[in-house]
Design a protein around this ligand. Structure first.
Ligand SMILES: Nc1ncnc2c1ncn2[C@@H]1O[C@H](COP(=O)(O)OP(=O)(O)OP(=O)(O)O)[C@@H](O)[C@H]1O
Length: 386
């Protein structure tokens, strides 16, 4: 519970078995932010990775089920499991992620003991994360930016996960047919057209959710600009997004994209992939105060911009859904000056969010004082908690 009596969603008990460098761990918590400290290699990122697997997606490292199995000198463990008791807006739940006993490489997730889809996880336990990978988000590959932005969208629109996977499935199947045709096969042309219609429907839903999320996020940034973090001016580039933004109806945008796909068959067949569509969209940002593209800033400025964006999205979710998502901020304090570290603590406490923060030095988290629970990790075990 927060001071005003509202529920603060978060993990209240975390149990790990055979996960990375944790043979087993049983950690009781409250809903305050969690500051994890410990030497390099202690297992701080491993711990937040375990938490991230309780939300939709493949976690902060996008690792395979096999990679997270604990390795020992006698060989890897057979199974891994992450169990949590958590508070949500709808009340307490149990969340679990772990390997499928019949196939350790496969991951399964459960809510209250029942198999959970990605969209269900996003609905029940919204989560946002930033890792050092996002430090160079603005200067790095487009695909990473789009993945990051889709995670932001998902935190406010849980159906985005099922739309993304349905679009992806139809796109792969279309490509399989185009590849077979290139080899001389004659698959049913109606099937190809049906897949393109399916892609177009999903594409418009994806683009609409992205535009809606972008508008809410920009409105949050404009309404509550942070005095400590740079503010971003955001834009979304994408063929379907552009047609909706230009005023096309959903049906009109769908028809336009379906016929563009039909025309692009020879080109996509030669390229071995679909060259245009919402899987190729991009998020761009300008640093408002500096009036320059985000990618032109220093490492610390780029990091502060992306952190400001994640905090603004958490604020937008709080307004939209009544509570902030759980935040995972791996090494967020590295590269931040003292003023920004204080600003980060203030922002997290104002959001009433359970944030998981990692860093080598407890002094980084001094601005939280008793408003956070401080957990010291050493060699895959909790050395101290207070
Ligand atoms: N599958 C695994 N089985 C056993 N140990 C693993 C496994 N995967 C990673 N590790 C070990 O976990 C340790 C890294 O843990 P982690 O990345 O969580 O460290 P950290 O505390 O975040 O460190 P840093 O401060 O350097 O970022 C390494 O020693 C690595 O060898």
């Amino acid at each position: 519970m927060s001071e005003d009596g509202a529920v603060r969603p978060g993990v209240t008990r975390l149990k790990l078995t055979g996960f990375r460098n944790y043979a087993s761990l049983d950690l009781s918590l409250d809903a305050r932010p969690v500051a994890l400290t410990g030497p390099n290699g202690a297992g701080k990122t491993n711990l937040v990775e375990a938490v991230s697997l309780l939300g939709p997606g493949r976690g902060v490292r996008a690792a395979s089920g096999e990679a997270v199995l604990r390795r020992t000198p006698d060989g890897p463990d057979r199974l891994w499991a992450v169990h949590a008791e958590a508070l949500t807006r709808a009340g307490p739940v149990t969340l679990a992620a772990g390997s499928e006993p019949s196939d350790p490489a496969r991951r399964r997730t459960k809510i209250d003991g029942a198999a959970a889809t990605q969209s269900a996880l996003a609905r029940v336990f919204p989560m946002l994360w930033l890792t050092p990978r996002e430090d160079r988000l603005w200067a790095g590959p487009r695909a990473d930016r789009l993945r990051f932005f889709d995670r932001l969208v998902l935190s406010g629109a849980p159906d985005h996960a099922s739309q993304l996977s349905a679009y992806d499935k139809a796109m792969r199947e279309r490509q399989r047919l185009l590849d077979r045709m290139a080899e001389g096969a004659r698959p049913d042309p109606d099937w190809l057209a049906a897949l393109e219609t399916e892609m177009a429907g999903r594409a418009v839903a994806l683009a609409a959710a992205r535009l809606d999320a972008l508008a809410r996020l920009q409105a949050e940034i404009d309404a509550r600009p942070s005095s400590r973090f740079p503010t971003a001016e955001l834009a979304l580039e994408g063929v379907v997004e552009a047609s909706l933004a230009a005023g096309a109806s959903a049906a009109g945008a769908e028809d336009a994209f379906a016929s563009a796909l039909m025309k692009a068959r020879p080109r996509d067949s030669a390229a071995g992939r679909a060259l245009s569509g919402p899987h190729r969209s991009d998020l761009t940002a300008r640093h408002r105060e500096k009036d320059q593209p985000a990618a032109d800033g220093s490492t610390g400025e780029q990091k502060a911009l992306v952190l400001g964006l994640a905090l603004a999205q958490a604020g937008a979710i709080r307004s939209q859904r009544g509570a902030a998502p759980v935040l995972i901020l791996d090494e967020a304090c590295a590269h931040l000056d003292a003023g920004r570290r204080e600003g980060l603590a203030e922002a997290i406490l104002a959001l009433d969010a359970q944030a998981w923060l990692t860093g080598v030095d407890a002094a980084l988290f001094a601005p939280f004082a008793r408003a956070a629970q401080h957990v010291r990790i050493e060699a895959g075990a909790v050395a101290q908690i207070g």
